[in-house]
Every structure is written in C-alpha cells, then in structure tokens.
Design a protein around this ligand. Structure first.
Ligand SMILES: C[C@H](O)[C@H](O)[C@H]1CNC2=NC(N)=NC(=O)C2=N1
Length: 82
C-alpha cells in the first residue's frame, strides 16, 4: 500500500506514524483541533500524543487490526491541515 511521504510504518506494521513540530504549544493545539474536526467528519480518529510543540500521530483501523485505505486518507487530510 502506498503511503503519503513523511509518514512511516510502525515496527509491527500495524500503523502509520508521523510527528509534526510547531513554533509552540498553542500552534500545535490549534492544529490538533483542526484534525479533530476533520476526523469526526471522516469518522476515523487518530491516536496522538502531544508534548509542548510536537504532535505525534499513530493511525490504524481498529476493526481491521492494521492499516487500511481509511488511514491513508486520514493521513492526507492531516497533511492538508498543517
Ligand atoms: C463505528 C465507527 O465507524 C468506528 O468505531 C470507527 C470510528 N473511528 C475509528 N478510528 C480509527 N482510527 N479506527 C477505527 O477502526 C475506527 N472505527
């Protein structure tokens, strides 16, 4: 499966990973808010961790137990919101 550039597969192959860095926490959180609204629309939700100016995503399809086209689509949406 082709994945968008900037994303990688987790070691177990079950998720797509990407870390974004921002100027500060406020920028990072504003980005997360945009992602949250689009994830709701897509009915596909990212796992994420946030530490000050960095946001790390892990995309997987729980029902399928791995990466599907829904994750690839969400990755592209997230990229478009950066
Ligand atoms: C019913 C609804 O479509 C499912 O629960 C969705 C919601 N969001 C989801 N998000 C993610 N990342 N994986 C899923 O399998 C998933 N399932």
């Amino acid at each position: 499966m082709d994945i968008p550039s900037g994303w990688s597969h987790s070691d177990d192959g079950k998720a797509l990973l990407r870390t974004y860095e921002f100027a500060d926490f406020s920028e990072a959180f504003a980005f997360l808010t945009r992602v949250a609204m689009e994830a709701e629309k897509a009915d596909h939700h990212p796992e994420f961790t946030s530490v000050w100016n960095k946001v790390k995503f892990r995309l997987t399809s729980h029902d399928a137990g791995g990466v599907t086209e829904r994750d690839v689509k969400l990755a592209k949406i997230i990229d478009s919101l950066r």
